[in-house]
Ligand binder design. Structure first.
Ligand code: 4AD
Length: 465
């Protein structure tokens, strides 16, 4: 049996019992020379500990020591649980601990940001400022520069537990659908998505890249008769855009599967997977979602039990009907995607939907053209609250066509020759998709910046901490 009691387990059933707890000194307050209070926090739970001078038990020196503890230091306290008659305000636990012994395990230096200020919502900050309270608004760069402190806020504790749960549900769902997990190389010879957003490096004298996605190797796994695979891993993009939704490194949730006759088989997995993710988050992360919402208020995501699918052409028509000028064969920009999201919400009552059959010209080289019209492709994007979280497609599995498409897209064939060769010995029709984990959490929680859902974000201006 552990000698330790967790702060979250301190209830009045332990009244008069002696306990040993460890946590951070969240706030410290002295009342004269004979009394000091310290609120101890452990994994989001808080309890007030009281040191009062008592003959033979607590010396004035010990009270002074408690009063002199620095915020966020890690301390051990041995004390007796007491349950006061009045309601205790400002802590999660409705009991106090009467301090007998205290030991500082790790002393915190003066804090560069005040964690309580960093945890306040915009509305709370406005109210406090109007009431004449002195507080410093903690901006995003300051937060990120001091990320280990910023991570201690309740909202961040929630965000990264939700992120963990998304990965968990993704894995569980796919395992139950007969997929299995693979790990593709992140050091590769050529770019996997084309375009300029690729980190180039020197691989023992040979030019190489950091993988922009597991695309090529997850498809090669299908050629290796793996049938249905998924991967959760780092993805690297040398983005030039400094936006609210682009990172240079993010976590990709990738899926690839054989298909029998139509890419709708892939969209079926997407739809059911995400309804399961949303349902399970709402059921199992109530506390975390509430903590996020307290600092960053948001409306729960509206989605349908059966995921809505619209064709690109239908989307263009909706935009045109609403007076938005769009190129019917071009890509949609962020603003237009948002607008379409609004129109879809008004018409169908959902903030989660699939848009499919994109123009071929705006998709990567490995995308399968539509058999009935080569100007279009068997591809799709998926949106939450008007922003893209997934792109997917049926792939070209015919090596000659693949080489032709790669060349047409300006890709040097010799950099992907082993990839194209993989399709020469019989390759099943297949398709898949890639999800950006940080975007899913950002948009499910209605957050305004992807840096909030990346543990240590890497963007064009930041590679530390
Ligand atoms: O749309 P992308 O580039 O598609 C692929 O990587 C394909 N290989 C996927 C496939 O299987 N067809 O990226 C997939 C998802 C995007 O929808 C987006 O959510 C996320 O990855 N993403 C980014 N997230 C953060 N920062 C960036 N710079 C991102 N670029 C893409």
């Amino acid at each position: 049996v552990s000698r330790w009691t967790e702060v979250g387990a301190l209830t009045n059933t332990l009244e008069n019992r002696s306990v040993l707890i460890r946590g951070r000194a969240q706030t410290i307050r002295a009342v004269g020379k004979n009394m000091a209070f310290v609120v101890v926090r452990e994994r989001g739970f808080t309890v007030q500990c009281v040191a009062t001078v008592q003959p033979d038990a607590v010396s004035r020196q010990m009270v002074k020591y408690v009063a002199g503890l620095s915020r966020e230091s890690i301390i051990d306290i041995e004390g007796v649980v007491s349950a006061p008659n009045v309601e205790i305000k400002g802590t999660t636990q409705q009991v106090e601990v009467q301090v007998r012994k205290v030991y500082c395990v790790s002393k915190a230096a003066v804090l560069p940001i005040n964690i309580e200020d960093a945890a306040r919502s915009d509305a709370e900050i406005e109210k406090a400022l109007q009431a004449g309270e002195k507080l410093v608004r903690v901006n995003q760069d300051t937060r990120l520069n001091n990320r280990v402190l910023d991570l201690r806020t309740p909202a961040n504790q929630g965000i990264f537990r939700i992120q963990s749960q998304v990965g968990n549900i993704f894995r569980q769902f796919l395992l139950s659908e007969d997929f299995f997990e693979i790990h593709t190389p992140k050091l590769i010879a050529g770019s996997s998505e084309g375009g300029a957003a690729v980190f180039r490096l020197d691989y023992k004298g040979q030019p190489a890249c950091l993988a922009q996605s597991p695309q090529l190797h997850k498809q090669m796994a299908i050629c290796g008769d793996f049938g249905r695979v998924f991967e959760i891993g780092g993805v690297y993009r040398a983005e030039d855009s400094y936006t609210h939704r682009h990172l240079c490194e993010f976590i990709g949730l990738d899926v690839e599967m054989e298909i029998k006759s139509h890419y709708s088989e892939v969209m079926d997995i997407v739809g059911r997977l995400f309804v399961t993710i949303f349902d399970t988050l709402n059921k199992t992360c109530e506390k975390e979602l509430e903590a996020v919402g307290r600092q960053y208020p948001f409306e729960p995501l509206k989605y349908l039990p059966e995921t809505l699918r619209l064709t690109f052409e239908e989307g263009i028509q909706m935009l045109k009907d609403a007076g938005v000028e769009v190129d019917p064969m071009g890509d949609l920009n962020t603003e237009v995607e948002r607008k379409l999201g609004q129109l879809v919400l008004e018409k169908y009552g959902t903030e989660f939907y699939i848009l499919h059959r994109y123009p071929l010209a705006v998709r990567p080289f490995y995308t399968m053209p539509c058999h009935d019209n080569h100007a279009y492709s068997n591809s799709f994007d998926v949106f939450i609250r008007g922003e893209e979280i997934i792109s997917g497609a049926q792939r070209v599995h015919v090596p000659e066509l693949l080489a032709e498409r790669a060349q047409a897209c300006g890709i040097e064939l010799k950099t992907i020759s082993t990839y194209i060769d993989a399709f020469r010995y019989g390759a099943p029709p297949h398709g898949g998709f890639g999800v950006g984990l940080e975007r899913v959490v950002m948009l499910f929680c209605g957050l305004n910046n992807i840096r909030k859902t990346s543990l240590f974000p890497r963007d064009p201006l930041r590679i530390a901490p």
